[in-house]
Design a binder for this molecule. Structure first.
Ligand SMILES: [Zn+2]
Ligand SMILES: [Zn+2]
Length: 194
């Protein structure tokens, strides 16, 4: 009788231990985003997050095009990507075209990236980045947006990747996630290497 009770308790305990599902990061380049630049992002993400998949380029969805400014709506792109993936995935879109979203009273505001916070989709654009150091900056924006998908808010630490760009380009000052943002991500994703 005692053994039976012990087994029952054990089974009950096990079923209440939360299982951290292995997340997959999907990289989705849009339009004519260069393959070599996609691969750079892929290889860099792979070093900190082994479960990453690089998809082939797809066209921008027609409805995401904002004709008055000749650019693509980031909010529509992340909604589009979000509905295309499974539950345990996070998708990041790559664009070399300008992207925009509504920001307060500004209906169409150009951005370097946008991500659900929290959520399963984000997009980054290389269009507004300075020519020198472009790949390094692009990767920083990618990590920033992926951080948002995991629920990270903007951070006051000036060298942290989660710093608010506030319409500028602070990327050369940003070094890494600060220790508190790192700890948050490590708790959230048990196999991340930060
Ligand atoms: Zn942000
Ligand atoms: Zn931080």
């Amino acid at each position: 009788m005692k053994t039976f009770f012990l087994i029952l308790v054990l089974i009950t305990c096990i079923s209440f231990v939360p299982i951290k599902k292995a997340k997959v990061i999907i990289i989705q380049p849009f339009g004519k985003f260069s393959n070599s630049e996609s691969k750079i992002v892929f290889e860099k993400i792979k070093k900190i997050f082994p479960k990453v998949v690089l998809k082939k380029n797809i066209s921008f969805p027609a409805k995401s095009f904002y004709k008055p400014r000749n650019r693509y709506r980031a909010d529509l792109l992340i909604k589009f990507m979000s509905s295309s993936i499974g539950k345990d995935s996070v998708i990041i879109g790559l664009s070399n075209k300008d992207i925009s979203t509504t920001n307060g009273k500004v209906k169409d505001w150009g951005v370097m990236g946008l991500g659900f916070c929290p959520g399963n989709a984000c997009i980054v654009s290389s269009f507004r980045l300075s020519k020198n150091n472009k790949n390094a900056q692009f990767y920083k924006v990618a990590l920033h947006e992926l951080g948002h998908t995991q629920g990270l808010q903007h951070c006051k630490n000036k060298t942290c990747l989660m710093r608010d760009a506030k319409g500028g380009n602070p990327f050369n000052e940003e070094k890494d996630f600060c220790s508190s943002c790192k700890n948050y991500l490590k708790k959230k994703i048990n196999f991340i290497r930060l």
